[in-house]
Design a protein around this ligand. Structure first.
Ligand code: UGA
Length: 435
């Protein structure tokens, strides 16, 4: 099949590369000349484990190419995916669909013969209907079916998520489009990935409902963590104990500094707005959003409390900046708010992250960037673990004890065993447990 991916950002590149790996011919299109030039030189503009090898392999096999021009590849395509950004619109929190509609119009102008246009970007319910209206009214001669096919990739695990999905949701009631989409994902359902067909509006809502549910699950365990600290229970054991119930499940029950990233904050907000517009408010999600916003600042206060109530004039070493490990993405990362709270409290902040420091430089205030955990911890009053990169798991606490000014560890991801840290003479503060 000939498939075109409009938008070579995170979703477009990962989906394009993986579909090429399954034997389809893919052209990834992007308006950014710099991005396409880099990709043509073999440089992958995002950090995602395993992605560069898949891109390289499929480029040399002739199944994957890149283009700044949309018209030529779309003219030959069976399927065109729209994978452009849908950021929060400034001011009102709705998803900004201007890139989606602009892409749809350009696609419609270029297609020839029956073509399936698929929204892969996260789009509010009704966007498929609007695209269809644009096609019908502005391009009446064109034979196009509009399908919703949301993505459920997690950054840092995107290749596995694409190749071994729990499900593939496809929203269409058009029999021709159904056949085409079966063909696109045939290699995957041979791997027993379930294809789940439903109406287009239902499919669009599934994406938001899934992200909102996961955000709510994280927020629930974060509130349980706060309660654990007050009553002397251990949140990790509570999570394990409830997670063994299959109706609850053990995933997404890791208490921490609050969810961040390019998806949960934006999608929960957009769902809240849509629900309000339809006079069907989602109070659980409204509350989830509010609790999560407060939590990031509260984590700053937690660090200050761990430093005997004041960080003024103290040196704090922050390990991990990205919103989660294995990504260079800093969008809505809890580290931004936590560090601001520490700077506001008069601390000197030294930071280190394996991949996120370049992006962090545009987002953080006056902090010092170090080359490794030991360098930033030197003569520090506390270490604060914000993002659980693997390389922080096996820190040499014996060595740190000799170089830090005050042996204090605030572990906001609960990766360090209490006994191990205290054995080395550290004061240890975790999330959701009395230490
Ligand atoms: C999320 C969803 O998990 C994907 O299914 C979805 O496709 C994607 O959004 C999207 O809409 O594009 P992602 O944002 O990459 O993926 O990352 P997650 O692994 O879901 O983590 C999100 C945030 O929740 C991170 O800040 C993470 O640290 C936090 N989190 C996650 C917790 O605090 N506790 C947990 O137990 C799990």
């Amino acid at each position: 099949m000939r498939i075109v991916m409009i938008g070579s950002g995170y979703v477009g590149l990962v989906s394009g590369a993986c579909l090429a790996d399954f034997g389809h011919h893919i052209t990834c299109v992007d308006k950014s000349e710099a991005k396409i030039d880099a990709l043509e030189r073999g440089e992958v503009p995002i950090f995602e484990p395993g992605l560069d090898a898949i891109i390289e392999h499929n480029r040399s096999a002739g199944r994957l190419d890149f283009s700044k021009d949309l018209a030529a590849p779309v003219g030959d395509a069976d399927v065109v995916f729209i994978a452009v950004g849908t950021p929060s619109r400034r001011g009102d929190g709705h998803a900004d669909l201007s890139y989606v509609y602009a892409a749809a119009r350009e696609i419609a102008a270029a297609v020839s013969g029956f073509t399936v246009v698929v929204t892969k970007s996260t789009v509010p319910v009704g966007t498929g209907d609007e695209i269809e209206r644009i096609f019908r009214e502005e391009f009446p001669g064109k034979d196009i079916a509009v399908v919703s096919n949301p993505e459920f990739l997690r950054e840092g695990a995107a290749i596995t998520d694409f190749k071994r999905p729990d499900r593939i949701v496809i929203g269409t009631e058009d029999p021709r489009a159904t056949e085409v989409m079966r063909e696109v994902y045939r290699p995957l359902y041979l791997n027993e990935a379930p294809l789940y067909f439903c109406e287009r509006r239902t499919s669009e809502l599934i994406k938001y409902a899934a992200n909102a549910f996961l955000a709510m699950k994280i927020t629930f365990i974060n509130e349980i963590a706060d309660l654990c600290e007050q009553i002397g229970a251990d949140v990790q054991k509570v999570a394990k104990g409830i997670g063994m119930d299959k109706r609850i499940g053990d995933k997404f029950l890791h208490a921490g500094p609050g969810y961040g990233g390019s998806c949960f904050p934006k999608d929960t907000l957009a769902l809240v707005k849509t629900a309000q517009d339809y006079d069907s408010p989602m109070r659980l999600i409204e509350t989830t959003v509010a609790i999560n916003d407060n939590r990031k600042r509260a984590m700053g206060r937690k660090v200050i409390a761990a430093c005997d109530g004041s960080v003024r004039g103290k040196k704090i070493a922050v390990l991990g900046l990205t919103f989660k490990p294995n990504t260079d993405d800093m969008r809505d990362a809890p580290s931004i708010t936590i560090i601001q709270a520490l700077l506001d409290g008069g601390a000197t902040v030294h930071v280190y992250d394996p991949e996120g420091m370049q992006a962090a430089k545009e987002m953080l205030g006056p902090v010092t960037y170090g080359n490794d955990p030991y360098e930033i911890a030197e003569s520090a009053d506390a270490i604060v673990l914000v993002t659980e990169w693997d390389e922080f798991r096996a820190l040499d606490f014996k060595r740190l004890k000799t170089t830090m000014k005050n042996p204090v560890v605030v572990d906001l991801r609960n990766i360090y065993p209490v006994a191990e840290i205290t054995r080395h003479g550290f004061s240890h503060f975790a999330v959701g447990k009395k230490t």
